[in-house]
Ligand binder design. Sequence first.
Ligand code: DAT
Ligand code: MG
Length: 151
Amino acid sequence: MERTLVLVKPDGVQRGLIGEIIIRLERRGFRLVGMKFLQMSEGLAQKHYGEHEGKDFYPGLIAYITSGPVVAMVWEGDQAISLVRKIMGETKPSASPPGSIRGDFAIDVRRNIVHGSAKESDADREINLFFRPDELVNWSRDVDRWVFSGE
Ligand code: DAT
Ligand code: MG
């Protein structure tokens, strides 16, 4: 099973969409293994978005992501990384279909509500930025056998 880092970004928190985002991931069958509410420091933001340093939108991106509290979560499940990205939609809300989080709640690429890790190496790195190993809970649900065939 894969684990992925999800952030409800400051605009998602300010707009009261924390529950809306959680319910979509939970309902799909993914399992929550870690969650915290925090305001990202400049240093954490720079590490998290290191790949974008030097791009024209980078200063605005750092200012935005540190501008208010976020919810950081780790979700687990088969293909969690790619499927959570699909639930979120495209980076640009204008290219995101209705039914996706960004397609339902966002318009502007600079205010796109959520973050999800893009690939396995990013997920590992990002999870380690936000969580210590002992802050992630290994657990199983009675319903897991109805979600994951194990075949
Ligand atoms: P994603 O968040 O879908 O992984 P990304 O990693 O390419 O997208 O970019 C990180 C964030 O930076 C993205 O959520 C919004 C912002 N961003 C990306 N491309 C942008 C652009 N061309 N103009 C302004 N902001 C942009
Ligand atoms: Mg990205």
